[in-house]
Every structure is written in structure tokens, then in C-alpha cells.
Design a protein around this ligand. Structure first.
Ligand SMILES: Nc1ncnc2c1ncn2[C@@H]1O[C@H](COP(=O)(O)OP(=O)(O)OP(=O)(O)O)[C@@H](O)[C@H]1O
Length: 241
């Protein structure tokens, strides 16, 4: 279980996260939504151990999160890879770094789950579609079986069809592999459809945190009601009851 307690993070002189507390059980999904500048990427960087909190704690089952080497899936799939390496070389980096025995059977199963032909891994990132590059990014995150994967806007570079497809593959793989997923997204429809819980960040504070059905049905704050209603008006979220 990921536990964030009273987290406070400063960037320069400014406090960008104030008193953030949340938890994410193993195997579950938490969507973090919020407007630009709300602090979503700062939260991811703090969980990854890239930013040192000025207060509070972040832990996975009581130990520092870096001990379980959480993986990150980035927003821009092609930019996430070294352009001169083959995709196979890139996905093997965590395997080599962590001295893991990767069986051909596991690689084949993961590629099948992500609908990636094995021979695509011999290409470089510029030689595959953006959707395929994003799925290889997910493969790289999964390959060392981390208990926690952080997704930073994983669908935003994809077209609508690829978004639906990739969202379904992430959910199916989560069922098989059992990782906890923290997903930063602007898309409330996706958050409601795929997350167990939704946390809304506003100006570095948690505005509301609720299970996703409750959130869709009855957001408590005025701000969250506006967000929910805007998503319905855009067709990103179905109106419920
Ligand atoms: N390297 C930095 N140095 C100082 N301030 C920063 C730095 N990076 C981000 N900030 C500030 O921290 C605040 C939170 O930024 P953050 O990138 O976490 O927001 P975000 O919710 O991820 O936004 P977006 O959706 O646009 O990516 C913003 O006010 C931003 O200007």
C-alpha cells in the first residue's frame, strides 16, 4: 500500500504541495486530476524520490518507495526512449539494472497482452507509431514487476481510438499483474471509468478525494461539481442519475 501522509513539497521558495494525504492499496487505481499547475507532476516526482519533501512521509508498506523501484510511464511515448537504441535495448534497461531473469515466456505474454508483435522491439522509437511506442513504454514499466506504476498522462498523445484501446490494455494487465496504478490525467471520463478512487488537486492541495462512482454521482465541492459538469458537457463523462 502506498501511503502519503501530510506531504509538503517546495520548488524553489514556493510551496507547491501542501499537506497531501492519500493512500493507494496494492492492485488498485488512483486517478489524480487537476488543472495545469495544480501539482500533479510534483506529486509523481516526490513519490519517485526525485524531489525531497520538506514535510510529511511517503511510503510503500512502511518502507521508502524507492526500495520497491516504482516505474513511470511518461506522457510523450517517443521522447521517453533513447532514439538511437532499439526498443528491445530500452526495455531491457530495468532488467539489466535490477539483475532480473526475464524469461522469453514472460516477454511473449506481456507483448501479447499489449498487442505488440515481438519483432517490433527490434525497431527504434522513431520507427513505430505513437500508440505502439506508448505500449512499449508500458511494457518497460511492467517488465521488472514493480508493485507500483505511476502513469503521467499516459493517453494524452494518443488519438481517441488508441486511447480507448490502451486504457483497456492497462486495465487488463493490471488484473493479471496486480500492480497499483497512480494515474495523472486531465480526462475525468477515463478516471471515472478506470480508477477506484479519484483525487482532485487544486493549487497544491487535495480539493476532494472519493471513490470514483461517488465522485461522478455527487462531488462535494463547488469546484469538483464544475469539473464533473464540464466533463459531462464535453461528452467525456456520462451523466449519472
Ligand atoms: N522546476 C521547477 N521549479 C520551480 N517551480 C516549479 C518547477 N516545476 C514546476 N514548478 C511549479 O510548481 C507548480 C506545480 O507544477 P506541476 O508541474 O507539478 O503541475 P501539474 O499539475 O503537473 O501541471 P501540468 O498539468 O501543466 O503538467 C506550478 O506552479 C509550477 O510552476
Amino acid at each position: 500500500m502506498l501511503t502519503v501522509s501530510n506531504l509538503r513539497v517546495k520548488r524553489g521558495a514556493r510551496v507547491t504541495l501542501h499537506d497531501i494525504s492519500l493512500s493507494l492499496p496494492a492492485g488498485k487505481t488512483l486517478a489524480v486530476v487537476g488543472e495545469s499547475g495544480a501539482g500533479k507532476s510534483t506529486l509523481i516526482a516526490a513519490i519517485l524520490g526525485l524531489l525531497k519533501p520538506s514535510g510529511g512521509q511517503i511510503a510503500w508498506n512502511g518502507a521508502p518507495t524507492r526500495m520497491v523501484r516504482p516505474a513511470l510511464v511518461m506522457q510523450e511515448p517517443r521522447a521517453a526512449f533513447n532514439p538511437v537504441l532499439s526498443l528491445r535495448q530500452s526495455i531491457m534497461e530495468p532488467v539489466v539494472a535490477q539483475n532480473i531473469k526475464l524469461t522469453q515466456e514472460r516477454l511473449q505474454r506481456l507483448c501479447a497482452g499489449l498487442e505488440l508483435p515481438l519483432d517490433i522491439l527490434d525497431r527504434r522509437p522513431g520507427q513505430v507509431s505513437i500508440g505502439q511506442a506508448q505500449r512499449v513504454g508500458i511494457l518497460r514499466a511492467l517488465i521488472a514487476s514493480p508493485p507500483l506504476i505511476l502513469f503521467d498522462e499516459p493517453l494524452s498523445a494518443l488519438d481517441a481510438v488508441a486511447q480507448k484501446h490502451t486504457a483497456r490494455l492497462i486495465s487488463d494487465l493490471q488484473g493479471e499483474e496486480g500492480f497499483a496504478a497512480l494515474i495523472v490525467t486531465h480526462d475525468l471520463g477515463y478516471a471515472v471509468a478506470h480508477a477506484d478512487q479519484i483525487a482532485v488537486l487544486k493549487a497544491g492541495r487535495i480539493e476532494e478525494i472519493a471513490d470514483s462512482e461517488t465522485f461522478a454521482l455527487n462531488p462535494r465541492s463547488e469546484y469538483c461539481r464544475t469539473l464533473r459538469d464540464a466533463a459531462i458537457a464535453l461528452g467525456a463523462l456520462e451523466a449519472v442519475a
